[in-house]
Ligand binder design. Structure first.
Ligand SMILES: [Zn+2]
Length: 259
């Protein structure tokens, strides 16, 4: 099994990451992509330790749209910073998470857009796929993905909660679509509808832990082992045997992230 997106270097796991990694392995996880914030020294120190504890771990490194505001007026620092963070972690397999968040609007939108674009260009340079975070910013996200030819680096729309149109256009660009615990929520019907129609070779699943614990753990700290609940739900809405879905997830992960 896989977890295509989690934040294992987050403060939430600072006390018991060894046990969290152990439970992930017991749950059958063999591939986990851990997201690191490029500007966070504490996370990068923890990542060093995590990578030693579990050599199967892979990383995605980028500047989240929430952090983009710090680079207002010093956008030229974005690429060197992210490039260096990626170079310091040889297990890095993606640039991300990057994107646009107009729900929280923690950073001015024009700065979010610039920081997003610059990191897609870096992904081209490094030959790495991108991990995309998008919230209430569908049109601008799609426009930037197109203008920056993101289809040729490929990537994943992480924790998908968007419209059917966003899914279709992202798929047309060559993106994968990853589902998190929201597919298990009673109010997740829209998301389940999209999960039903994504082609099997473009589907991924994730926890986004420590956030978004699936039912029946909702409200607790999430962890990679619980991706099994997301997988069960995906298999059930798609009418697939769980073994087939698991095999598919591993194959898709390997194809996109080249472990
Ligand atoms: Zn995330």
């Amino acid at each position: 099994m896989i977890d295509s997106h989690c934040h294992l270097a987050d403060d939430a796991f600072a006390q018991d990451s060894a046990q969290v990694l152990e439970r992930a392995q017991t749950a059958g996880l063999t591939r986990v992509l851990c997201i690191l914030a490029a500007d966070n020294k504490t996370e990068s120190e923890r990542a060093q330790h995590l990578a030693r504890e579990w050599p199967a771990l892979r990383f995605g490194i980028g500047l989240h749209p929430h952090q983009a505001g710090q680079f207002s007026g010093r956008e030229a620092e974005v690429v060197p910073l992210v490039r260096e963070a990626i170079a310091s972690r040889p297990e890095t397999r993606a640039v991300g998470e990057i994107g646009l968040d107009y729900h929280y609007d923690f950073a001015p939108r024009d700065v979010q857009q610039t920081v997003f674009r610059l990191q897609i260009r870096l992904a081209h340079d490094l030959g790495l796929p991108i991990i995309i975070h998008t919230r209430e910013a569908e049109d601008d996200t799609l426009a930037i993905l197109r203008e920056e030819s993101a289809g040729s680096v490929r990537g994943v729309m992480h924790c998908f909660t968007g419209t059917r149109r966003l899914a279709e256009e992202a798929l047309a660009l060559g993106m994968h679509i990853s589902f998190a615990g929201i597919v298990t929520f009673p109010k997740g019907e829209n998301v389940r509808e999209t999960a039903r129609v994504v082609p099997a070779d473009r589907l991924l699943c994730e926890t986004d832990s420590p956030y978004l614990a699936p039912t029946p753990y909702r409200g607790k700290r999430n962890e990679p082992a619980w991706v099994t609940r997301v997988a069960e739900e995906l298999a059930s809405v798609r009418g697939m045997a769980i073994e087939d879905l698991r095999g598919r997830m591993v194959a898709n992960f390997d194809e996109l992230f080249r472990p």
